[in-house]
Design a protein around this ligand. Structure first.
Ligand SMILES: Cc1cc2nc3c(=O)[nH]c(=O)nc-3n(C[C@H](O)[C@H](O)[C@H](O)COP(=O)(O)O)c2cc1C
Length: 226
């Protein structure tokens, strides 16, 4: 009898299943399903609020052949509930002495345009994998995450073609027992939009928010600069 492989998506955004992190992870899960994986999803922020949620998360991690951790970059690092989850999983696995071979990958997306902004956070994930006994199968870094605006990738047209290519290549590699190939990391780091356009849109949004909040005449203030 052949063993059905199971993949778990851990979504580490406070916006849960309506987040850029979830859009990226869900697209990958759909591709993995096509290759024969059974998939489960967990919203980290919701799960770590109760012992019941933590127990369910640990159970799902325990039965998975592959864990896919997706999260937004927060202050050049990972959101606090994601770090807490890493600590809980590490402690649990030390005590359980689990010997099962399990792979883990991570997908970090940032608001700043350059994908390499995410590299330190992905390195944190690699260290977590090492400490908790997972096989690190690589990380993907995406800049300009807000362009995805929490929508399914298939609703975003050609703009996300490189993001989808990266995830397609990743799914194929993982289904064949390989780690994320360099080709996938390269596709994912390509800019979704021209940098100038993204900056222009970002500036417009800040001005709109400042106007809405009645502080447009104070937008250049630097209260904490020396
Ligand atoms: C509290 C907070 C801190 C953030 N810190 C960074 C940061 O250090 N660098 C960055 O590029 N983006 C930063 N962002 C932007 C998010 O990474 C970005 O909006 C991301 O696309 C959100 O993804 P999500 O929809 O999966 O939550 C921050 C956002 C918030 C709310």
């Amino acid at each position: 009898m052949t063993h059905t492989r199971t993949a778990l998506l851990l979504v580490g955004s406070p916006f849960g299943f309506r987040s850029t992190s979830s859009s990226l992870g869900s697209y990958l899960m759909d591709r993995l399903t096509e290759t024969g994986f059974t998939t489960n999803k967990v919203h980290i922020h919701k799960s770590v609020k109760s012992q019941e949620g933590i127990d369910e998360l640990l159970h799902l991690v325990g039965i998975s052949d592959l864990v896919v951790l997706t999260f937004p970059l927060y202050v050049d690092s990972l959101p606090a509930p994601v770090i807490k989850t890493m600590e809980i999983i590490t402690k649990h696995r030390e005590e359980a002495a689990d010997t099962r071979r399990q792979k883990i990958i991570a997908i970090s997306n940032s608001g700043f345009p350059k994908a390499n902004q995410n590299l330190v956070a992905l390195e944190v994930c690699r260290c977590f994998a090492q400490k908790s006994g997972f096989e690190w199968a690589g990380g993907l870094a995406l800049g300009m995450g807000p362009v995805i605006s929490r929508k399914p990738l298939n609703e975003l047209g050609g703009m996300v073609r490189n993001v989808k290519k990266a995830l397609d290549v990743t799914a194929l590699a993982l289904s064949e027992g390989r780690i994320i190939p360099e080709e996938a990391t390269k596709h994912m780091t390509k800019s979704i939009l021209p940098r100038r356009l993204y900056m222009w849109m970002g500036n417009r949004l800040w001005k709109y928010e400042a106007k809405k909040n009645g502080v447009i005449d104070r937008i250049r203030e630097k209260p904490h600069s020396t």
